[in-house]
Ligand binder design. Structure first.
Ligand code: CA
Length: 428
């Protein structure tokens, strides 16, 4: 499938990706687009000219405002119809309504360099899981010892907690170092101040498309049809605040100050070629079989390469690019997005269009594949070398860039990146 547009060689943004995002330009406010190579295709313009219509959307415009929620709510059949229609309009040998109209092309094809990206959805609720076995094992080993690394529930259910939706920000937004209570000395009272142990978490998130009615769980075999698409997530974490506050109800202010996501939502269907088996959830690999509502036929895992880049202020001043400090992969997740959604709703909790659910930190088996500084520096005891300096945790001015892409044969599906730079704490 080739486009009539010239795409950069090896682009991860070809016709088999077509991620959705919300963008604005100097002349016009926020609306929905898809990325094709280094071009943003303005879906509001295509809708205005009658070239696309979302089935079930009625006559009201679906793409002309600054969130994907209306489109998400229309469901998997509507997403498939629009995706197919866009591929047809954008391919070299497809329908010529866009290709042959200079007027519509001028209006609807916007250079990527001219757009500002926004949050893709109004996020009503944000849930964060804890689905990487290696990450849970590493953290458990640090805090409880290797014998008790995994809690007894971990292999039976996707552990998660309710995060904070209001502080989810789009890539490029600076992050202010949080202040809060910490207890660095076990034998002294707590202190207040800027976090000294500011960390990242490399995660893959998904947006709920269609939700479920209160009291009506989403069955595992239908969960995929409720998932709209995927983004990269950096779930910033203040380890010192977290460590003192988290007993017994879990993460709170150590997490809720910011969560960054990439702007382009990769459609669920675009990842079909990259679904692989994942670790067996049965006795063949020494694991308990999940209860029925979590049992999923294979393939269950996503083969998506991920990387963590770090750039110090000095590197930025010298014009040097971020250095990769970790390479991981979403295939290391034990619990799949479908299992997470089935579990989340099994008690009747209602998910809604635009809800964001993140995987939890993704760590591979080797040290260079860990998804947090906590693990990469093993609680700060083994500092990382970055740009001629060392890091245990993040310093003011540091910028973190997470990237992701899936590749198989000559097909690459890119996620782009999510970045954020650390600003000094308020009053610091
Ligand atoms: Ca997290």
């Amino acid at each position: 499938m080739t486009s009539f547009l010239d795409l950069p060689a090896g682009t991860g943004f070809g016709l088999r990706n077509l991620p959705y995002g919300v963008f604005s330009t100097d002349g016009e406010g926020a609306r929905v687009g898809v990325r094709l190579g280094d071009t943003v295709v303005d879906l509001a313009a295509l809708e205005r000219h009658g070239l696309i219509a979302a089935p079930g959307g009625g006559r009201a415009p679906v793409f002309s405002h600054g969130s994907l929620n209306d489109f998400m709510a229309l469901g998997a059949d509507a997403w498939a119809a629009v995706r197919g229609r866009l591929q047809d309009l954008l391919r070299a040998d497809g329908e010529d309504a866009l290709r042959e109209s200079a007027e519509i092309r001028a209006e609807a094809l916007v250079p990527l360099a001219e757009v500002t990206m926004h949050l893709p959805a109004e996020i009503g609720d944000y849930t964060d899981f804890y689905s990487s076995r290696q990450h849970a094992t590493n953290v458990g080993t640090m805090f409880r010892g290797p014998e008790n690394a995994l809690m007894p529930n971990w292999l039976h259910l996707p552990v998660g907690y309710h995060g904070r939706a209001s502080s989810v920000v789009v890539s490029g937004t600076d992050v202010t170092r949080p202040s809060g209570q910490q207890k660095p000395d076990d034998d002294a009272p707590p202190v207040f101040g800027p976090s000294k142990l500011l960390d990242i978490e490399l995660e893959l998130g998904f947006f709920v498309g269609t939700g479920n009615d209160l009291g009506e769980p989403i069955p595992i075999e239908e969960a995929g049809r409720h998932i709209f698409g995927f983004v990269l997530v950096n779930d910033w974490s203040a380890r010192d605040i977290q460590k003192w506050e988290y007993v017994p109800l879990g993460p709170f202010l150590g997490k809720s100050f910011a969560t960054s996501i990439s702007p382009w939502v990769v459609p669920y269907a675009a990842l079909d070629p990259f679904r692989i088996a994942g670790e067996a959830q049965d006795a063949s690999q020494g694991n308990p079989e999940p209860l029925g509502y979590l049992r999923q036929s294979e393939p269950r895992a996503l083969d998506v390469s991920l990387a963590v880049g770090l750039e110090t202020e000095a590197m930025r001043a010298a014009g040097r690019p971020p250095e990769v400090v970790s390479r991981s992969n979403a295939k290391y997740l034990y619990w799949s997005p479908e299992q997470q959604l089935a579990h989340h709703t099994v008690n009747g909790c209602n998910a809604r269009p635009g809800d964001l659910m993140a995987s939890g930190t993704i760590s591979g088996e080797a040290k260079g594949s860990y998804g947090s500084l906590l693990e990469l520096t093993w609680r700060g005891t083994e500092p990382l070398a970055v740009g001629g300096e060392t890091r245990r945790f993040l310093e003011d001015g540091d910028r973190v860039v997470l990237t992701g892409q899936a590749s198989r044969g000559d097909l690459t599906v890119g996620f782009g990146s999510v970045s954020g730079a650390i600003r000094p704490a308020v009053g610091a």
